[in-house]
Design a protein around this ligand. Structure first.
Ligand SMILES: [Zn+2]
Length: 317
């Protein structure tokens, strides 16, 4: 059990619920990594939305313990987040969904299966999503209004998805990466919030330029791997270019899970599997730094303001 104190000594804390040997570094005081992250993000606005994609990792990580660690982290800064929950998690660990909702966070949907939208058909997607939404509604006590596509895979090949989501009762989506990207992207889409025909609000992934590349810098491997000076430059870049947009971060429970064994993920390949497994200890202090002097509120609390500012966007046919 290893806790890192202000004097640098380490003890540890086991998190509840997950079988096995999951342990977490818990900061009982400030650390240099946390201070460095706080400085890197100083140019970002004081209000944002901390989002989590809650899924069962193919490497075998349990979602429950690190998800509870994230709930604690948010609540320590008087923040609440938006948790996009995959149907697999809702079916296998319903108590976790109840707990997220009961602690005042937003329960939203990460889909009924973790696969690219381009591989879906409208019929299967409609049926699967209706079931997933209903399950979350039963567990959380209210129907989810938000959706996030696996892999941010709302691309031109899945342009029919927003209409189906609106038909099912969703109010917003946070599923589109408005640039070229190795996994999925919609180059040319707006970088600020917009509405689809039919009214669904879309909240694109916040991007900042790194030379010719647009980087979704506030989440996943980018947040974990980029050096502090680069994150600082990207945060300034975002504030200068998109400061009036909607800021949000994203992470996964496995990003914190230092106990998971290395496994090869067929969906991302061996190199990305290794990168997803290494350097997980850097995630927590960076998230702490992001929450320093900044407060997260769920997307649902920001919707009226975001919808009022969002123009309709019609992709070119
Ligand atoms: Zn996912």
């Amino acid at each position: 059990m290893a806790l890192t104190g202000t004097d640098g000594t380490a003890t540890s804390v086991a998190m509840p619920s997950c079988p096995g040997t999951h342990t977490y570094q818990r900061e009982s005081g400030r650390t240099r990594a946390m201070d460095s992250a706080a400085r890197a993000f100083a140019s970002l606005p004081p209000l944002f939305t901390f989002t989590v994609d809650v899924e069962i990792h193919p490497g075998g990580a349990c979602a429950a313990a690190p998800t509870r660690r994230l709930l604690d982290l948010l609540e320590a800064s008087d923040s609440r987040g938006t948790f996009f929950i995959l149907d697999d998690v809702a079916r296998t660990d319903p108590s976790l969904v109840r707990e997220i909702a009961g602690r005042g966070h937003e329960v939203a949907s990460h889909g009924y299966a973790h696969r690219h939208l381009a591989t879906e058909t409208p019929e299967c997607f409609r049926t699967g999503m209706a079931g997933a939404r209903s399950r979350l509604a039963d567990l959380a006590g209210r129907a989810p209004t938000g959706y996030r596509a696996p892999y941010f895979s709302l691309t031109p090949a899945a342009g029919w998805v927003p209409a189906v989501l609106a038909e099912l009762g969703f109010a917003y989506s946070s599923s589109l990466l408005p640039a070229r990207n190795p996994l999925a992207g919609w180059p040319g889409a707006p970088r600020r919030p917009f509405r689809w025909d039919g009214g669904l609000l879309e909240l694109p992934v916040p991007l900042a330029r790194f030379g010719p590349v647009a980087v979704p810098f506030l989440g996943g491997m980018y947040l974990r791997w980029l050096p502090g000076w680069r994150l600082k430059a990207l945060a300034r870049n975002w504030a200068a270019a998109d400061g009036g947009g909607a800021l949000w971060s994203y992470c996964h429970p496995y990003d914190l899970d230092t106990a998971e064994r290395l496994g090869w993920r067929a969906d991302v390949g061996r190199f990305a599997s290794l990168m997803l497994w290494l350097n997980r200890r850097s995630t927590l202090p960076r998230l702490q730094g992001l929450l320093e002097g900044r407060r997260s509120v769920p997307f649902t609390a920001r919707l009226p303001e975001l919808v009022a500012q969002a123009p309709i966007w019609r992709p070119a046919p």
